[in-house]
Design a protein around this ligand. Sequence first.
Ligand code: SAH
Ligand code: AVI
Length: 336
Amino acid sequence: MEPSSTPQQLAEESIRIDSHLDGTGERSLADDVLDGLTRPFKELPPKHFYDARGADLFDQICDLPEYYPTRAERAILVQRAEEIAALTGAVELVELGSGTAAKTRVLLDALQAAGTLERYIPVDVTESMVRDCAETLTSEYPGLRVHGVIGDFERHLDHIPPAAGPRIVAFLGGTIGNFPPGSRRRVLRQIAGLLGPSDHLLMGTDLVKDPRVLEAAYDDAQGVTAAFNRNVLHVLNRELQADFDPEDFDHVALFDPHNEWIEMRLRARREHTTLVRDLDLPVHFDAGEGLRTEISAKFTPERLQSDLSAAGLELVRWLTDPDELFALSLSRVQPQ
Ligand code: SAH
Ligand code: AVI
């Protein structure tokens, strides 16, 4: 008789993790620094916030009283997950920028209750997040297979395994808003390319609202968002042997009413030059000079519709919380 598997063996069999960041992750950080810190208006892409400490700070942000998006999105999911499960008939869930997959459990529960759930595919640049969440979810959902993809969703979407049945591609939290308009449409088109005729995109977007509410959400009283913002300098110090003193920079978060996005910057408190040793790159800051670290676009239903349709997607459901703070859109590929 075959010896029966231990619970640990079963968990290992149900997990597969592929990493696509070997070597190239650091190269992309170096490229982004060389490109972004030599411009007249200095800028870095926000994906470099998320080392283990950055991911932990983001989790703390999600619990802050001022940061409403996580609570609002969770409330929509709790209200509508059953309907989403019924409408999509999904057997698997691909999640881009999955993080700790905290809200994802609401969807997994609904798919499990509908009896369709088979596989979860988290995709994230932060390796520890993908590994930890695979371990935790396979033990929380017996029978669930997890195929984690450690990679950059701007570059590695073609490494997502083929669909084994109807699937939901979830892009939660409003992360799509962290791309400037041109890249946003490019990313949306690439995501649309992942979808077959029986698949759906479930995407979270933060909505335009009172600038005071928005600015408080990105400049909390406890200073957690400020620490998250400065964390990118710790990443550069560690990964590229830079000598930034994060305390030389103020955290700034302002709503830009023209572009309807929050802009986060690090503003130099004094004139100084810092050295990024691995790139042999001196970077000069004037006193008061800003380094843009993130934009977080806020949407109207019209803006989202036009972005979706530019990517060849059509809206199936528009779901909001009672205060219309945040929206989840369910969309699918437009029929030819
Ligand atoms: N979806 C979660 C986490 C949002 S935070 C939520 O709604 O709470 C953004 C997540 O996206 C982080 O986990 C970060 O590591 C990941 N991320 C950011 N840019 C990425 C990229 N280019 N490719 C893959 N993951 C990325
Ligand atoms: C991940 N992303 C959607 C968050 C946002 O709100 O734009 C990141 C964040 N930045 C500051 N606080 C939260």
